[in-house]
Design a protein around this ligand. Sequence first.
Ligand code: NAP
Ligand code: COA
Length: 270
Amino acid sequence: MNNSRDFAGTVVVVAGGSSGINLGIADAFAAQGARVAVVSRSQQKIDAAVGKLAAHGGEAIGFSADVRDAETVEAALSGIHQAFGDIDVLVSGAAGNFPAPALGMSSNGFATVVDIDLCGTFHVLRSAYPYLARPGASIINISAPQAYVPMAYQVHVCAAKAGVDMVTRVLAMEWGYAGVRVNSVVPGPIEGTEGMKRLSPTPELQQAVADSVPLGRLGTPMDIANTVMFLASPLAGYVTGAIIPVDGGWSLGGASVVGAGMVKAAGKQE
Ligand code: NAP
Ligand code: COA
């Protein structure tokens, strides 16, 4: 692995890699010759993702696990290690989201998202560590602008992703001594994804979001994959504990448009 595009033989694990942005990341690594493993809940989605990844001609595998369940995550990571050996790159991006005002959300609704996004990230990183604890290994957490932009109808995601970025920074301190780098990538609004569909379900809302991005367009999964590959490469060899927005400048001011739109549509803050 000599530059940001040479991943031949590199072992890459993507938690939440069976769809959307994370599958785009997995696919970008597979296209560069990496051996890629994806983990998510749905066996059907995993099978489809593995088929897509293997079409690049390299090795791809998938394991079913719910990141909320530490034991199944440990089993999946152990299975990946048995199949592929030590892990070079770990991407943790499993997440859940639904738009709801705080008063329209049960305790379990709030806890569910925190459990998937935040506890899930901890489980994935904690389980993978024995298989990647050596100089050169790179961990990339997939965060969200909600981590630092307060967004109405997103109190659960804001709390969870803020926690994810703190996991990034704390573990960068703890694991830096082993030579392991830990960073967060923060996608902006990415076209064609489940996240966009849930938060901006109409073409009009999506256009309003695109108009609020300084670079004037929605992002693509490849925009995110490019930065993830940079962070996974030796070019980023002195980068750790960083929270890197890849959002066309959206979080500079436009990102709160999503929550504001939902409040306006509801007519009042419940
Ligand atoms: P997505 O397609 O729904 O991807 C979520 C992935 O996580 C899927 O592979 C899903 O597969 C898996 N997953 C969900 N719950 C899980 C669980 N409990 N255990 C294991 N795997 C689980 O969503 P996306 O919109 O592409 O988002 C991907 C990431 O980007 C997320 O971290 C999200 O917060 C972040 N992000 C997205 C946007 C955006 O514009 N879309 C913007 C900012 C940040 P299964 O259903 O098979 O479990
Ligand atoms: N408004 C308010 N509460 C909601 C809700 C909504 N739109 N959707 C779910 N909830 C609540 C449920 O009512 C439940 O709470 P309760 O037990 O008090 O009724 C709680 O959230 C858990 O819901 P459940 O459907 O049992 O959770 P799950 O574990 O099956 O699924 C989700 C998790 C809800 C996050 C589901 O949307 C999911 O799997 N998402 C993954 C894909 C995704 O979100 N992609 C976008 C990533 S940015």
